[in-house]
Design a protein around this ligand. Structure first.
Ligand SMILES: [Zn+2]
Length: 191
């Protein structure tokens, strides 16, 4: 799949120009195929812009429509890039919702997280977008999203050589408002 508005060759030439500016020998053998590889990698890393969220969130009719307890997917891998430095954000995500008649396949939660992660992001927005998509398309009683991630732009620069994690949460509906539901979700996410 192509990045919107940017043909392959255009992206490759941007990378060629970047190499000429950052490397002291940009014509060496090891960098020969780098522009094509990097262009391909960025099309993947930004592939989330092209995911149709409504299509992805199509409701799954399997007889579980009357299930009304918390559904939780824990430790979904998150690979994103920060929009300030284009540096990797690497982490994991726990997504929970309490259905109100509409349920989706569990793997869809992984794909939802991936669709928003594979964009240029800030962690707070990534977390909210996942929660808001579930609210919009499933109208559940409650949603909880918990993201824990490392930011290479923070860790690799300056004096902050740390592997500390940044945690963000987005709570909606009864998981936000009811103490017991909120505590249940946060305990599951942190465990
Ligand atoms: Zn950054």
């Amino acid at each position: 799949m192509e990045l919107p508005y940017h043909p392959n060759e255009e992206l490759e030439s941007v990378i060629t120009n970047l190499l000429a500016l950052v490397d002291d020998d940009p014509l060496r053998e090891g960098l020969r195929d780098t522009p094509a590889r990097v262009a391909k990698a960025w099309r993947h890393w930004c592939g989330g812009y092209r995911v149709d969220i409504a299509e992805l969130m199509k409701v799954f009719e399997d007889g579980a429509e009357h299930y009304d307890q918390m559904v939780v997917r824990k430790d979904i891998p998150v690979y994103s890039h920060c929009e300030h430095h284009l540096a990797p954000i690497i982490g994991r995500c726990t997504i929970a919702y309490i259905p109100d008649g509409k349920v989706i396949g569990l793997s869809k939660l992984d794909r939802l997280a991936d669709a928003f992660a594979r964009r240029l992001q800030v962690q707070e927005r990534l977390t909210s977008q996942i929660a808001d998509a579930l609210v919009e398309h499933l109208q559940p009683l409650g949603v909880g999203v918990w993201v824990s991630a490392r930011h290479l732009c923070v860790e690799s620069r300056g004096v902050q050589h740390t592997n500390s994690e940044t945690i963000t949460t987005a709570l909606r509906g009864c998981i936000r408002e009811r103490d017991a539901a909120r505590a249940e979700f946060l305990a599951l996410a942190r465990s």
